[in-house]
Write a protein that binds this ligand. Sequence first.
Ligand SMILES: [Zn+2]
Length: 338
Amino acid sequence: MRGAVIHAPGDVRFETLDDPKILHPTDAIIRTAVTCVCGSDLWPYRGAEPIGDPHPMGHEYVGFVEEVGSEVTSVRPGQFVVGSFATSDNTCANCRNGFPSNCLHREFMSTCQAEYVRIPHAQGTLVATDGVPDEKFWPGLLAVSDVLGTGWWAADAAEVGPGSTAVVVGDGAVGLCGVIAAKERGAERIIAMSRHESRQNLALAFGATDVVTERGEEGVARIKELTGGIGADSVLECVGTAEAMRQALHAARPGGSVGFVGVPHDVAVDGQELFFSHVGLRGGPAPVRRYLPDLIDRVLAGRIDPGKVFDLTLPLERVAEGYRAMDERRAIKALLTP
Ligand SMILES: [Zn+2]
């Protein structure tokens, strides 16, 4: 089969690889329906994370089950499945407590920009749809598996509820999906922080009520102006930089909450400041598996269309172009079709 391999910063190639095989009785092999490039794939692509030896890339997938190991009974060959970027057995204590992305048997997926993928712990990780969904839903279901699940977690962790005011820091695919999540969870006012017109428009289409273009302390001042001088009930931090985290913590009202889902790079939180702010803080890799059945239903019912975050579609063999377009911010998110 063929798939993406990163060799060095800026150097992603489409190469022939060994076909994945069932290694454990709990594995499944899927044939990729669609996959994509993630904002977090850009960290190694930009040289902000070490690469080491050349290795496959990608952690987002929806596809068709090809083969299952002897212990997998929940899905069968031919079914269309959605799964998380973090595998989970769905039975351990952490899974039962609602944190499958901290499963005691967790593995992070890392070979999904390819024609076929091995899924460890398939029984707990994969969710099959009823029948094969129409192709128009595939991008939305792919978004569910990572960016929407993560935006949903940001809103959940930030305790967005009916009638609340939510601020979304970050206008990448996760931030835009955070707007969808805040709207679905009943936020009355959703303030998107964005400087890019196309992304502002998508945020507004997804349910944002206000757009703030200022950043840093100016952005915080603008949020305060819009929230009676005190700040927002909920803030979704969907970037992962020190500036974004500071902005998020300062934009929340006393007693409000920040959900942080951008993978932190050089982020430090001031304990004194957090103590006196009364702001709640929770984040981490999204427990996507917990949300999958609900989010799949919302997509297939046509309630939400998170697939709109894909503004570039390429054949999988042109995966390198997808990285380039996202790196140069010409695309929000690149969809790849095998
Ligand atoms: Zn588990």
